[in-house]
Design a protein around this ligand. Structure first.
Ligand code: PLP
Length: 379
């Protein structure tokens, strides 16, 4: 067994390194906001919204307090409510499905594509009922969903499509940015995301003026004009300080995504001869942004490999360890084990290895060595 380095620790992610690399610019940005006395709905938010809309190939953007609320408000803006059904996937963060519940609609799950673990458009038709109002695909781990067949089905049934792009800032589907492919793109700027704030943050991207007007009012207490509340809205704005920080970080997003992709390519090459499945961008994916690097291993070996790597000082994540349809919160849907075999199996296979732009070559070599050493020992 060969190990290139003595024992070292490799974090799964380390947000402090990125901060250190841009600390002076961040300080300047925050200091530009603080003396203004205006901390919400001001010029820094407007500037970031314009920049992020342009980055996403959308015409419009609204900064929202977090990604969960971006999804919630997007569903409301698309007219989804009690009695409606929204189709999504079981292998996502709870927020995707909770947003459907927040508006009083019922989540309807479809199984995922075994290759990408994303919503499989071939399974959509059989999930559509007269109550279906919208489809909510998730660009899991930063790999775009195959949107064209999905959009075709949605158009045929007059369904709204809302993208959960929380993992996919900058990903490209057939040359087009995720978040701009449907009625509304929903982003999270949770600190660990490819584009992360220093606190909570989120956004919606869109091109319809009518939806934009609705969302703008939903975001701020149902007001078009201050103190005139046309309906019961919400208090869910992205604040000025976070917007100023995000404007700084947006300039680096492509560079950071490219670093993630280089790391992923290196893992893929290093593991090519091992009995594992590495993420393979599909022909329609022009840019996978690797929010997560999901290595898929034999379920019988997954926990042992995880323990081996953790004992070697390597940070491992498993997102998401439990399918949403099996969570206590959705027990009332009556969906047992075996309802969505591909998604269910994936939660026993996946290990998320360290992939963040500042991961050093030496650290990655160590991770690679330790993974390879496991298979040398296990055979
Ligand atoms: C797929 C997905 N959807 C939605 C969200 C919700 O975003 P936030 O944490 O900003 O509310 C997240 C964030 O973790 C996510 O990963």
């Amino acid at each position: 067994m060969t190990v290139s380095s003595p024992f070292m620790t490799v974090p799964n992610e380390d947000l402090t390194r990125q901060y250190q690399s841009i600390a002076a610019e961040i300080t300047e940005a925050v200091q530009a906001v603080l003396p203004t006395g205006r901390y919400t709905l001001g010029p820094f938010l407007s500037r970031f919204e314009q920049e992020f809309a342009a980055y996403c190939d959308s015409t419009l953007c609204l900064g929202i307090a977090n990604g969960t609320e971006a999804l919630h408000l997007a569903l409301l803006a698309c007219g989804v409510g009690p009695g409606d059904e929204v189709i999504s996937v079981p292998n996502t963060y709870a927020a995707t499905i909770f947003a459907i519940s927040y508006v009083g609609a019922t989540p309807v799950f479809v199984d995922v594509d075994p290759e990408t673990l994303n919503l499989d458009p071939a399974r959509l038709e059989s999930a559509i009922t007269p109550r279906t109002k919208a489809i909510l695909p998730v660009h899991l781990y930063g790999h775009p969903v195959d949107m064209d067949p999905l959009l075709e089905i949605a158009a045929a049934h007059r369904l709204a499509v809302i993208e959960d792009a929380a993992h996919a800032h900058g990903a490209l589907y057939k040359g087009r940015k995720t978040g701009s492919l449907s009625d509304v793109g929903c982003f999270s700027f949770y600190p660990s995301k490819n584009l992360g704030a220093y606190g909570d943050g989120g956004a919606v991207t869109l091109s319809s003026e009518a939806l934009y007007d609705k969302l703008k009012m939903l975001r701020y207490m149902g007001q078009r004009v201050k103190h005139l509340h046309e309906f019961v809205g919400f208090q869910q704005r992205l604040d000025e300080v976070q917007a100023a920080i995000l404007s700084v970080k947006l300039k680096y997003l492509d560079q950071w995504n490219a670093a993630r992709a280089r790391i992923a390519a290196r893992y893929n090459e290093a593991f090519a001869d091992l009995p594992v499945k590495t993420p393979q961008p599909q022909p329609y994916c022009d840019r996978h942004v690797y929010y997560m690097y999901a290595l898929r291993v034999n379920p019988a070996q997954r926990d042992a490999l995880r323990a081996w790597l953790e004992n070697s000082g390597i940070g491992i994540q498993i997102i998401y360890p439990n399918s949403l349809h099996l969570q206590p919160a959705y027990r009332h849907l009556g969906l047992g084990e075996g309802s969505f075999p591909v998604a269910e199996r994936s939660r026993t296979e996946v290990l998320n290895l360290p992939v963040f732009p500042e991961l050093t070559d030496e650290e990655q070599e160590y991770v690679i060595d330790r993974v390879r050493a496991f298979y040398e020992v296990m055979g």
